[in-house]
Design a binder for this molecule. Sequence first.
Ligand SMILES: *Cc1c(COP(=O)(O)O)cnc(C)c1O
Length: 240
Amino acid sequence: MEAAGFDPDRIRANLSAVRQRMRAACESADRDPEAVRLLLATKTQPPGAVRIAIEAGERLVAENRVQEIRPKFEALEDLEYERHFIGHLQSNKINALLPFVSCIQTLDRTSLAAKLQKKLEREGEEIDVLLQVNTSGEDSKFGVAPEAAVEFAKEVRTYDALRIRGLMTIGLLGEDPEAARPSLALLRQIRDQISELDLDGVRMDELSMGMSADLEVAIAEGSTIIRVGSAIFGAREPEN
Ligand SMILES: *Cc1c(COP(=O)(O)O)cnc(C)c1O
């Protein structure tokens, strides 16, 4: 029976299927399955649906909208899990976001880095960040241009409350998941390029890339964090 618009058994079955896809992809790519984490992209999902997935063993959850974070945090307060932010962050939402997340995956501009630094410094805190790169070249996507990524890493590095842990991208979405491959491979190349510079305070451990449709391609291209929403929670209401 469905309660509050979601079906717990369906979510559990979907999770097993996604986990199975990840294992198969790791095997094909000859990668250690432990080296790829599954992040639940829970935008628009009710807290009860997210609870099912956490109770099934998932530990990494992310939101896109600052206003959804607090209510879900409060509804799931009894559970242990890690929260990341994967949406476009407006600087006037920083204060409402920071108490609730351990990593911002979508750092995409210096002005935002400066504002985060100011706030964190005042509180004596630090946060993990990933640098978002627009690898598909679509105007609709946020992120720094690929050719600006190295310079961006060097700039963000000067803000010592921001711990750079890697890169994030949304691959090109097409009919065929292979459409995403060039953009996902590009993120890995940028990661290698930045790693080689061996910049103090810049770690390139994480490559957050791959979603429901293209997770196999992303794992083959080196992803360490797969962000999955619809393959677990079902199709979302159309966004407007
Ligand atoms: C919604 C979302 C995802 C998950 O997308 P699905 O196709 O539903 O798996 C991943 N990353 C970001 C940034 C998202 O907003």
